[in-house]
Design a protein around this ligand. Structure first.
Ligand code: CMP
Length: 137
């Protein structure tokens, strides 16, 4: 059993896709183990994406992530880190496999509806960044 962090980003919330995205996870047999809605502060967004600090898109990414509330979830299931990334599709929606969340609903590499942890180490960091163990069911 593995856990991963999922974020429905401000564009997903604005497009009223919270329910649709959660349905994708639940229909795939992925369990939502923790969930909360939050408007990130600039410091929280910068700290979360610190690995991308040197990237040219970092300032714009931070502005986007604080532009409205996000939905934070800890997902649980067998091999859920890879499975969640399969359900999301590639970062660039133009390259995302048909039927994936990003192929269906994302507008651009930045405005790509969802985030998902990319490794066991980042999942541990990212879940711990937003959730206390006691909040995970
Ligand atoms: P995410 O999976 O949350 O991880 C980092 C985010 O940076 C990514 O999704 C995109 O929202 C954004 N991102 C990655 N590459 C680019 C890019 N080339 N241009 C703009 N934004 C990007």
């Amino acid at each position: 059993m593995q856990r991963t962090l999922s974020i429905i980003k401000p564009d997903g919330v604005k497009k009223k896709l919270i329910g649709a995205v959660i349905a994708v996870f639940e229909e795939a047999g992925v369990r939502v183990a923790a969930m909360k809605m939050k408007k990130l502060s600039r410091e929280e967004a910068e700290g979360f994406y610190y690995v991308h600090k040197q990237q040219p898109f970092f300032p714009e990414l931070v502005e986007f992530m604080i532009s409205g509330p996000v939905v934070l979830m800890a997902l649980e299931g067998d091999d859920v880190i890879v499975r969640n990334r399969e359900l999301m599709g590639a970062t660039d929606p133009a390259k995302a496999a048909p039927g994936t969340i990003r192929a269906r609903w994302a507008d651009s590499k930045q405005n790509n509806i969802v985030h998902g942890s990319d490794s066991v180490e980042s999942a541990r960091f990212e879940i711990g960044y937003f959730f206390a163990e006691i909040e995970i069911c």
